[in-house]
Design a protein around this ligand. Structure first.
Ligand SMILES: [Zn+2]
Length: 131
C-alpha cells in the first residue's frame, strides 16, 4: 500500500474549492453523491484516484462521534463535512481522473460485510470543527 499524504483542513478546503469550479458533466455524477451512499455499481472506481487521507494518526482509533449541530443525519445531503468527526476522520480523498471532482471514501465494516461508501467533497458543507 502506498502512503497517502495527510491532508490538513487548508489542503482539503483548497481541493473542495477546485471541485466547486468544475461544471463539466461526467460519468462520476450519474448518481447523486451529495450524501453518503454505498458506491453505486454505475460508478467506475477505476476512474477515481486516491490523492490523500484525512486519517490523523494511523495508530489511534478515530472517534465514531458525528458532527450535526443543525440536527442533520449521517446520510443527509446537507450534513456538514467535519474532517475530525466520523466518518470523515477515516476517509481517503479521491479525484476523478476525467473531470477532476473530489470525493471522500471509506469502508464501513460490519460483522460479515464491508461496504464502500462515497460522498462528494463540497466546499459549501466543509467546516473546521474542533473535537
Ligand atoms: Zn468525473
Amino acid at each position: 500500500m502506498t502512503e497517502l499524504p495527510k491532508l490538513d483542513y487548508a489542503a482539503l478546503a483548497a481541493l473542495a474549492q477546485q471541485s466547486a469550479g468544475i461544471t463539466a458533466a461526467c460519468a462520476c455524477g450519474t448518481v447523486s453523491l451529495d450524501g453518503w451512499i454505498s458506491v453505486p455499481l454505475s460508478l467506475d472506481e477505476e476512474n477515481l484516484q486516491d490523492i490523500g487521507t484525512l486519517l490523523e494518526d494511523p495508530y489511534a482509533d478515530p472517534t465514531f462521534t458525528e458532527f450535526h449541530p443543525a440536527g442533520t443525519r449521517y446520510d443527509a445531503p446537507d450534513a456538514p463535512i467535519a474532517p475530525r468527526y466520523f466518518p470523515y476522520n477515516r476517509c481517503t480523498v479521491a479525484q476523478c481522473k476525467n473531470c477532476g471532482r473530489h470525493y471522500l471514501r471509506y469502508t464501513e465494516a460490519g460483522g460479515y460485510f464491508v461496504d464502500r461508501r462515497i460522498r462528494q467533497l463540497s466546499s459549501r458543507l466543509l467546516v473546521d470543527a474542533p473535537l
